[in-house]
Structure formats: structure tokens, C-alpha cells
Design a protein around this ligand. Structure first.
Ligand code: PMP
Length: 394
């Protein structure tokens, strides 16, 4: 049977990581893979997570199965973190999933189960996994204009024009904050326009929020999700804990499904649990449990928030340093967008050839679409990157 298999396309970022590892040059800079790195290049276990894990090890006396939806306390804590009280709890069904990717995958499956010919509108560009999972599931993908190659901001006019073509029951996939891969985001006035459009077309928003706390702050980064979720009848939200809790490999995420009226919540909850059962049965518990402990213990929560804030402000500092270094070297404001972008990524808007030149001539690795991971930088490497950017002619 295996003779019928064909090679699957390799993940470009993983390929890039491999090339980076094999590069013998000293001083090489990795701005590729999407994990947070501190100034020493490490991806640390956050202090509060470590403390919660210690406590869990001491106190946990069983590893028997949880429910199909995971521990309800995890859902409650995460719903509170993402939505606060913007939506009535009784309208929300939620299940734990293996990471944000698991939540995204289950959301797509739910949409297809509800509407077999569902179309999913995705931003151009979006996180490549969105498109590859949709294609794998045989779901029609429609792109909407998003990134403006000139300003490196959002082409909002184009976005609105394209989203007007979505029909009732189509899914519109939106990044809650810190757009990956561009770093360009809507302001709240624009979000309100998107909400009006969703309500006009009857299309259903699906919000992927994977970087809450990495942009403008925990509350600020959730503002758009809360606005959308409280203004439309139905909504799907895929939340990841990988980045903001630093629990990447524990595979910790939550899928929320919000219904217009609470009488549908039981059906939604049952459907989400059913989908978990079909795909992997019980979701992973360790990451979800420590995240719950951190969120529900005031001291751990305060320490987590403080460390997350350090992470956020260090990335903002690097953005500002890079933008001002580039302003100095180029004598122009054309790189100001780097300080405007939010989250871990910025898309430079450079050609694949120039990205390759950065790699070959300067040992600087970024994804081919010119996405750079800001967290891959530190105070010393920022001027090196800025000089290389100017030298290759970006
Ligand atoms: N959505 C987006 C936009 C992301 O960037 C990521 C992380 N790369 C995820 C979802 C999910 O990440 P994970 O499955 O590791 O939680």
C-alpha cells in the first residue's frame, strides 16, 4: 500500500531551521521559527509555569482520564482570559485541544460538519497552516486582501471589498491580534467595520488568537475578539497557550463556539466533544492544568503577567531599536512600519531573492516571504541586521 504515497511538501520553516543548523558561520542570526527567544537566545520555561508544575507534581494523585472536553476549569479560566465578561458564559461551548493548531483544526471540522460546502475566507497572507489544513480537509479557501506591500500596513479597503463577497454561513478567519506573518493589524474602528460587514453578509467569524499579551497588553490584545464575539450572533475562537504561557510542546489550546442563544450551547458542547473523540479522544492535560493553576492563583498569575509583560516590552524595544537604526542608515522613514507592527513577527515586504541574499551574504535567516521573528534579535544583532538590510538593498 505504501507505494501509492507521494512526497508531501516540506514545511518551509522547518527546512530553514535545518539550513541554519548546518551553517558553520559564526554570528549567524536565526529570525525564522516562531518561538519567543530571550536576549540570550533561549526559550525559557516561564517562572509561574515552573512553580505550578512543581506544585502539580507534589499534589497530583491521579492521571486518570479527564472529560472529552478536558478539565472544565481550564475552559473557564481561558474563557475569562480571552473574553472576560463580553459574552454570557451560557452561550459558550468550549473544549481543550492539542495547542492552537488543534483548536483551528477542530473549528474547521465543525464548520464543515455544520455546512458541507462551507468556504473559509483567509487573509492574504495568513499562517500557512491555515491553508494547508483547509486544503487537506477539502474545504474551499477564498483569500481576502490584507497586507499592503507599499505601506506594509493593512490594505483595509481591499479587505472590506473582498469580505463583502462572503455569504451566509461562510467562515471569515481573522487573527485576534499580532497577525502572523505580517505583524500588521486593524485598529478598533476598522474592527467595528468588519463586525458590521459580518452582520450584513451573515458570514461567521472565526478568530485565531495565538499571541494574546505579545502586542499591546493582555487586555488590549483581547479587545478585538471581545468586540467581535459580543456583536455577532455566532463565532468560533481558537486560542493557543503556546506563546503567552511558553508551553509550546505541551500542546495547550482551547476552542470556543459561541451560539446566538443559550439553548444551542448543549448541542455545540456535544458536537465539540464528539469531534475531540473522533480525532484524539481526550485532549492533553498537563499544559492545560498548569495554565489553569497559573490563572487561578493570584500570586502565580501576577508573576506570569509580569514576565509576559517583560517579554512584550523587550520585543517592542527591539522593534524601536531596529526602526531607528534603519532610519539612521537609510535616512528615511520607510522602515517606520517595524515599530508600528505588533507581535513576534514583521513582514519586511522584500523579494525572495533579497531574503536569499541576506542568508547567503550575511548568514541572516528569515522566512522566504520576508517574515522576521523580532524575538530572534537582541540589542547586539539589531545593528547587524539593519546594516545587512541596507546593504542588500531592501
Ligand atoms: N495560529 C497562529 C496564527 C499561529 O501563529 C500559531 C503558532 N505558530 C498557532 C495558531 C498555533 O500554535 P500551537 O498549535 O503551537 O498552539
Amino acid at each position: 500500500m505504501f507505494e501509492t504515497l507521494t512526497e508531501q511538501p516540506a514545511d518551509k520553516i522547518l527546512q530553514l531551521m535545518q539550513m541554519y543548523r548546518e551553517d558553520p558561520r559564526e554570528g549567524k542570526i536565526d529570525l525564522g521559527v516562531g518561538v519567543y527567544k530571550d536576549a540570550t537566545g533561549k526559550t525559557p520555561v516561564m517562572r509561574a509555569i515552573k512553580a505550578a508544575e512543581k506544585k502539580l507534581w507534589e499534589e497530583q494523585d491521579s492521571k486518570a482520564y479527564t472529560g472529552l472536553a478536558g478539565d472544565p476549569a481550564f475552559a473557564d479560566a481561558m474563557i475569562n482570559l480571552v473574553l472576560s465578561d463580553s459574552v454570557a458564559r451560557e452561550n459558550i461551548a468550549a473544549v481543550a485541544t492539542p495547542g492552537g493548531t488543534g483548536a483551528v483544526r477542530q473549528a474547521f471540522e465543525l464548520a464543515r460538519l455544520a455546512k458541507s460546502d462551507v468556504r473559509v475566507f483567509v487573509s492574504d497572507p495568513t499562517w500557512p497552516n491555515h491553508v494547508s489544513i483547509l486544503k487537506y480537509l477539502g474545504i474551499e479557501v477564498v483569500t481576502y486582501r490584507y497586507f499592503d506591500g507599499e505601506t506594509r500596513g493593512v490594505n483595509f479597503e481591499g479587505m472590506v471589498e473582498d469580505l463583502a463577497k462572503a455569504g451566509p454561513g461562510d467562515i471569515v478567519l481573522l487573527h485576534g491580534c499580532c497577525h502572523n506573518p505580517t505583524g500588521a493589524n486593524l485598529n478598533l474602528t476598522q474592527w467595528q467595520e468588519v463586525v458590521d460587514l459580518l452582520n450584513k453578509t451573515g458570514s461567521v467569524p472565526m478568530i485565531d488568537i495565538a499571541y494574546q499579551g505579545f502586542g499591546d497588553g493582555l487586555e488590549e490584545d483581547a479587545a478585538a475578539v471581545r468586540l467581535v464575539a459580543s456583536s455577532v450572533p455566532e463565532c468560533l475562537i481558537a486560542a493557543s497557550c503556546s506563546k503567552n504561557f511558553g508551553v509550546y510542546r505541551e500542546r495547550t489550546g482551547l476552542l470556543m463556539s459561541i451560539a446566538a442563544d443559550a439553548s444551542k450551547t448543549k448541542l455545540n458542547q456535544g458536537t465539540l466533544a464528539f469531534l475531540n473523540r473522533q480525532n484524539y479522544s481526550f485532549p492533553p492535560d498537563h499544559g492545560a492544568r498548569v495554565v489553569t493553576m497559573v490563572l487561578n492563583d493570584p500570586a502565580l498569575r501576577a508573576d506570569w503577567q509580569a514576565e509576559l509583560e517583560e517579554v512584550r516590552t523587550s520585543m517592542l524595544g527591539l522593534r524601536e531599536q531596529l526602526a531607528s537604526e534603519l532610519q539612521r542608515l537609510s535616512g528615511s522613514d520607510r522602515f517606520g512600519f517595524i515599530a508600528q507592527h505588533r507581535g513576534m513577527f514583521s513582514r519586511l515586504g522584500a523579494s525572495a531573492e533579497l531574503v536569499q541574499k541576506l542568508r547567503e551574504d550575511h548568514a541572516i535567516y528569515m522566512v522566504g516571504d520576508s517574515r522576521l521573528n523580532i524575538a530572534g534579535l537582541n540589542k547586539t544583532s539589531v545593528p547587524i541586521l539593519a546594516e545587512a538590510i541596507i546593504k542588500v538593498g531592501i
